[in-house]
Design a binder for this molecule. Sequence first.
Ligand code: SF4
Ligand code: SF4
Length: 219
Amino acid sequence: MIITKQKPFAEIMKGVRGAKSLFIFGCGDCATLCRTGGEAEIADMTQKLAAEGVAVVGGTVPHTTCHELDVQRIARQHKEEIGKSDAILVLACGAGIQAVGDSLDKPVISGCDSLFIGNSKRQMNFYEKCSACGDCVLNETAGLCPETRCPKGLLNGPCGGAVRGMCEVDQTNKCVWIEIYERLKSQGRLDDLMEITAPKERSKANMPHKIEPPARHGK
Ligand code: SF4
Ligand code: SF4
């Protein structure tokens, strides 16, 4: 999921730019799990805005706010309230904020910063394990990503700086190359380490990415 944190309220107010009435979009998936854009956060934000003299005329928490067709469908359901608003505040990741901005002819205010793609183990614990590099090496590294989990992005073994198994860059993290070694050893696959992983094809990370189905014949 996309991990977000809410922007400081003063920064959100700066984005409000004098608007007197807002409609709020949250997100029922990632932003709800991050507690940045669920029902509770919309209620909390509504109170804070009211204290600043900004009225919230309505709000909604779509299942996934990055789904643009769904955002458009939900916006039609809330047409009247949205019509009364000066601007739309979005408590979701950047993809959700842009889905709303691209779907509605209203100023859009970003209420969150998008931090990383995160795995979750338990509530409010998030770990970055993939940086969507587009050239995945997990088959060569026992399913652990050194591109993301080694701060130096080393693809062919450790730097040698680990201290008691912990990464020399951030000693709260295990050295992922020691984890790769241990996993391969426990699975009887240490020979895999003898294969050299080629440098990554960095152009695959060029942005903006898009995937579109091939045009149908005759269309
Ligand atoms: S190599 Fe790492 S960052 Fe790249 S796609 Fe695979 S898991 Fe994600
Ligand atoms: S100690 Fe391990 S994880 Fe940290 S930078 Fe070196 S190789 Fe990468």
